[in-house]
Design a protein around this ligand. Structure first.
Ligand SMILES: [Zn+2]
Length: 238
């Protein structure tokens, strides 16, 4: 009874309006579970447990070419994280028991499950990691453009996470915003969709949350920005 009264008052002042306008958001269809791609994480210490509060977007920062295999890319990243103490110089020589990101999105739109949502991510930059869910898009958007399928998967994944953890659109951010001055990640050709309030990306997520048809138009290349589409990027000829 007490809760009923509280929620009635909250409704009067408009507090829970956001959640009330939302439809149930399904997990995106092109999802590849950690088990399905053969993830082999080490245990993460309990002190790294967190409560998800933000969804933070990244790019890999490595130019993608069409000869690459996303599964191999992820397996190599996971193996590298565990070998950092042996192969990296300080301060990058910390042990990463699992992938630094919670999800990784391939140019074809497949969403690979990474680190467990129960644990904070890893980073080579300095910011308070607790609460952040890291979503990485493969590619380097300083040099190439994301594919429509990849952006659509990012939007549907972020909408699913926002709904699942009852977050607001303000919880959606980028690595460059949370680690101010330390990185341009996720690159200028993705950051363009993250600028303004609400940003284009937030508008797309809002369409999914309201159960509307998702209308993604990536627009023309930026002036002086990359023109190469990630799904057409080939290795340089020697
Ligand atoms: Zn990043």
């Amino acid at each position: 009874m007490k809760y009923l009264a509280l929620s009635f008052v909250a409704a009067l002042v408009g507090l829970p309006a956001l959640a009330a306008d939302r439809v149930a958001v399904p997990r995106p269809a092109n999802f590849v579970s950690a088990e399905d791609w053969g993830s082999r994480p080490d245990p993460i210490p309990d002190e790294r447990r967190h409560t998800p509060q933000f969804v933070t977007l990244h790019h890999a920062g490595v130019r993608w070419t069409i000869d690459r295999d996303p599964v191999e890319f992820i397996r190599n990243m996971q193996a590298w994280g565990k070998r950092r103490p042996e192969i990296e110089e300080p301060p990058r020589n910390t042990f990463w028991a699992d992938l630094p990101y919670h999800f990784l999105i391939a140019p074809d739109g497949r969403i690979f499950e990474g680190r467990s949502l129960d644990y904070e991510p890893e980073s080579n930059t300095k910011y308070d990691l607790a609460g952040h869910l890291g979503v990485e898009l493969m590619g380097n958007f300083e040099e190439q453009r994301p594919s429509p399928a990849q952006v659509e998967s990012a939007v549907r994944l972020v909408a699913w996470l926002v709904a699942k953890f009852d977050l607001t659109l303000e919880a959606i951010s980028t690595h460059a915003k949370v680690a101010d001055g330390q990185t341009s990640c996720p690159g200028r050709d993705f950051n363009r969709y993250m600028e303004g309030s609400p940003s284009q990306f937030e508008k797309w997520v809002g369409q999914v949350l309201r159960g509307e048809e998702l209308m993604i138009d990536l627009g023309p290349p930026l002036e002086e920005g990359p023109t190469e589409l990630i799904t057409e990027s080939t290795k340089p000829t020697e």
